[in-house]
Design a protein around this ligand. Structure first.
Ligand SMILES: C[S@@+](CC[C@H](N)C(=O)[O-])C[C@H]1O[C@@H](n2cnc3c(N)ncnc32)[C@H](O)[C@@H]1O
Length: 282
């Protein structure tokens, strides 16, 4: 199985600066690439991941770093339940190489497997979603999360065939260019990916200390739009700009980044990545 290569890690570390003694939330532990880099640079880390498959990697990090590392095996929206202040909160969104590579998890359209796609292993699988969703809602999922042009016709074909495997689904998609977007759309719906990001970001302002940073790495335009719009709202001064005294914005922006050519040459999975960040001003 491919080991997950952390994406934009150098840029994330540069944006965070000197992290010695800091308390950092790694919202997306994955293979622990970011977490280990934060710990090695002297920070304490609280990490989330809802995928039970990461348990061994999390246990290895816990053994190595002791009390400086806390792992919470829950969706990252559960950070809303944390108390206390953190110096940084980092999201590396999307799925890991390990998730794509295990055919039985159903994320890949290149390998045959059950149509599952659940990161957490709980709740409805993609096959269940298809079986329990009406054509209009399936068309919305395909259009909103996959930008599929003929979404109603494809939704009807999917609903009628009720595929149970990745290849059965793939065979229903007549336009080859739609294959990856259809799989992406179902994955987003199965895992409520948009809702998770929105709920977690809503908790960020109260969890960060003044001067604390939130950094997000995204892998598709829907996620990136949520992050961009949320950060834009936070970095816009409240009140009426025509008034003589305008309050400062609660956050300032960190320069956005995309992977440099050298990173892309080494890791093609980085190609759609965008990093955005903000610093809490007051
Ligand atoms: C791109 S990988 C993170 C890789 C990690 N930064 C590293 O360097 O190894 C994304 C991880 O986030 C997890 N994840 C995605 N959405 C999540 C959510 N809403 N709650 C918790 N974990 C989530 C996935 O299970 C996956 O393991």
């Amino acid at each position: 199985m491919t080991k997950h290569i952390p994406v934009l890690l150098g840029d994330v570390m540069a944006a965070l600066g000197d992290v010695r003694g800091m308390r950092i939330i790694d919202a997306t532990f994955g293979a622990g690439g970011y977490t280990r880099a934060f710990l090695d640079a002297g920070a304490d880390v609280t990490a989330f991941d809802r995928d039970p498959h990461v348990a061994d990697d999390a246990a290895a990090v816990a053994k190595e770093y002791g009390a400086r590392f806390t792992f919470i095996p829950r969706p990252f929206s559960a950070m809303a339940d944390l108390t206390g202040e953190y110096d940084a909160i980092v999201f590396d969104l999307g799925i890991s190489s390990m998730q794509i590579d295990i055919a039985d998890r159903g994320f890949s359209f290149r390998a045959d497997g059950p149509l599952d796609m659940r990161m957490s292993g709980n709740g409805d699988s993609a096959a269940d979603l298809i079986a329990n969703t009406d054509v209009a809602e399936m068309a919305r999922i395909l259009r909103d999360y996959g930008d599929i042009k003929k979404a109603p016709a494809l939704a009807r074909a999917i609903r009628d065939a009720r595929p149970r495997t990745t290849m059965e689904l793939r065979d229903l998609i007549y336009n080859p260019r739609d294959i990856a977007p259809v799989f992406q759309a179902l994955r987003i719906a199965v895992n409520d990916e948009m809702g998770e990001v929105q709920r977690a970001l809503a908790a960020v302002p109260k969890l960060l200390r003044v001067g604390g940073k939130c950094i997000c790495v995204t892998f598709h335009s829907l996620e990136d739009r949520i992050v961009k719009n949320t950060f834009r709202a936070w970095t816009t001064a409240p009140g009426d700009p025509r008034m003589p005294v305008v309050a400062a914005a609660p956050f300032s922006a960190i320069a956005p980044k995309t992977p440099a050519a050298a990173e892309l040459a080494q890791n093609p999975r980085a190609r759609s990545a965008h990093m955005r960040g903000v610093i809490k001003s007051y």
